[in-house]
Design a protein around this ligand. Structure first.
Ligand code: C2O
Ligand code: CU
Length: 533
């Protein structure tokens, strides 16, 4: 279907002699074929693929941008206050061609918010887009009214959304209600230093709206982290990885059933796999390169893709192997670093790793590869290593104090949830425990300030995210957790064999959600209500 669209566009452009921006035709003709599904939920197994075909010609031609840190508009009263306009913007993502995005401050990704543990932040979001929006701070411990419950819509100031039938049906069950124009979200930041990210969460439309660009970093810092000799400043790089597909004119391709985003749903052939793009974008640029010193760098990786799962590896690996020294998980620093040659990152997950480029000879080029994909999505970005420099950064063997012990993996589960994709090609919705999302139904009822053991199974494989709760992986596939399961998490890649989790519910009450972070799955109904009492 996608290929036919291209063919049709090209036929039209040729027949009508449409003027295309210089360079478009050349680049567009080199555009990789639309990828075949190889992300979460596609049913493919998670094993490294063969040596990939060479990188696409437009790869590694643009430098890596780092999103700007947003300045607070006010810091009085012990609260940092920010204003964000959600609006369309133009930026060059690949091949120097203009692409329209919907972004926080008109940018994809949006500006980064830097918060301090214990110091509250209030962000006022103004919706200047043509669609309702909802903002969720992924990984945050926050009051339910500020969590971005999917039906807590912020309607655009203009338009007749208030009478939209889908929106009206969704508005029957809200937590903070529906507002017009803007909403202020309050974040207490009562949690350790971590890489969080904020993104759109509009009920049934989180896929198309995040894909358009409504994603951004939110970093919490604290004194524990400050006291460690980790790489910092220019040697701390936030990397938001997201795959996209572009039309030859530079616009974003998304298979929405209704391009105006009034009626939900995606084209049938994207329903099961989710939207898998053929181009890997990091911080808003396709396959960027980054010049680095021969020194240690801290990479804060976020997988902000709608559906794609990456198995990241450095190519070539450093001479002594273990190119990635993991220092943090979704929710902050680990007690001790964990070394990896490669690790898997599914949508919504964060990995905080240190890479020592000083281990490479000066002048090396190091590819960040995704060994799950052959072809263009097998490449993420390139690091160009300059000369060795003095480097006083280090990764201590103890990062944060030891935790209280976890419940043993043999503890029987308090609750079990099975995440199931509708059969391929049927367009049937995703489900949790054989039910699609219903705002009126409570699917998991728990007590605040408690820990429960949850079993999660998946058919075939799903990245599962819990709002508000944080968890540790007790077992995976019936065996011990993987090395990369270490630490506190809010999102976990669930294989067919399932995972067992120790889930901690903080001392807050109210209604939150948990869902698959394959956004097309979540949008089709693979989401459930979590009531904390
Ligand atoms: Cu990152 Cu409910 O989402
Ligand atoms: Cu899923």
């Amino acid at each position: 279907m996608a290929r036919r669209r291209d063919a049709l566009r090209w036929a039209l452009a040729g027949a009508l002699g449409l003027a295309l921006p210089a360079g478009t035709a050349v680049l567009a003709s080199r555009r990789p074929a639309r990828s075949t599904p190889d992300g979460a939920g596609g049913g493919d197994s998670v094993t490294p693929g063969p040596t990939p075909s060479p990188p696409p010609p437009e790869a590694f031609t643009a430098p890596l941008p780092v999103p700007e840190v947003l300045r607070p508009v006010d810091t009085s009263g012990g609260v940092d206050r920010y204003e964000i306009r959600q609006r369309p913007g133009i930026q060059q993502i690949w091949g120097g061609i203009d692409t329209e995005v919907w972004g926080y401050e008109g940018r994809f990704p949006g500006p980064t918010i830097e918060a301090r543990r214990g110091r509250p932040v209030a962000v006022t979001h103004h919706n200047e887009l043509p669609v309702p929006t909802v903002v969720h701070l992924h990984g945050a411990v926050v009051a339910a009214e500020h969590d971005g419950y999917p039906t807590d819509f912020v309607l655009p100031a203009s338009g007749d959304w208030a009478s939209d039938p889908v929106l009206l049906a969704h508005s029957t069950h809200t937590v903070a209600g529906v507002v017009t124009g803007s909403r202020t979200y309050h974040y207490p930041n009562v949690q350790p230093a971590a890489t969080l990210w904020y993104h759109d969460h509009r009920m049934s439309f989180s896929g198309p709206q995040q894909y358009r660009g409504l994603v951004g970093f939110y970093l919490i810092r604290d004194e524990v982290e400050d006291s460690l000799p980790l790489p910092r400043d220019d040697r701390e790089l936030p990397l938001m990885i997201a795959d996209r597909t572009f039309e030859p004119d530079g616009s974003l391709f998304y298979p929405a059933a209704d391009p105006t985003l009034h009626r939900p749903g995606v084209a049938l052939n994207y329903h099961h796999s989710g939207m898998l793009g053929d181009t890997v974008v990091v911080n808003g640029v396709a396959w960027p390169f980054c010049e680095v010193d021969g020194a240690r760098y801290r990479l804060r990786l976020v997988n902000a893709s709608n559906a794609r799962v990456y198995q990241l590896a450095l190519d070539p690996p450093p001479p002594d192997g273990s190119g990635f020294v993991q220092i943090g998980s979704d929710l902050g620093l680990l007690t001790a670093p964990v070394r990896h040659d490669t690790f898997l990152i599914s949508p919504g997950e964060r990995y905080d790793v240190v890479v020592d480029f000083g281990a490479y000879p000066p002048g090396s080029t190091v590819l960040l590869r995704n060994t799950l994909a052959d072809g263009p999505p097998g490449y993420v970005m390139r690091f160009d290593v300059a000369g060795r420099v003095a480097d006083d950064a280090a990764v201590p063997s103890t990062l944060v104090p030891e935790e209280e012990p976890l419940p043993p993996a043999s503890t029987s589960a308090d609750q079990s949830f099975s995440f199931i994709s509708g059969p391929e090609g049927t367009g049937l919705p995703g489900m949790i425990n054989m039910r699609t999302f219903d705002g009126a139904r409570v699917d998991a009822s728990v007590l605040s300030d408690t820990t429960e053991v949850w079993d999660i199974t998946a058919d075939p494989q799903h990245p599962v995210h819990l709002h508000q709760a944080h968890f540790r992986v007790l077992s995976r596939d019936g065996g011990p957790p993987a090395a990369q399961d270490t630490g506190w998490k809010d999102t976990v890649f669930v294989p067919e064999g399932g995972v067992r989790l120790a889930v901690r519910f903080p001392d807050y009450r109210g209604r939150y959600v948990f869902h698959c972070h394959n956004l097309e799955h979540a949008d089709s109904g693979m989401m459930a209500n979590l009531e904390i009492e």
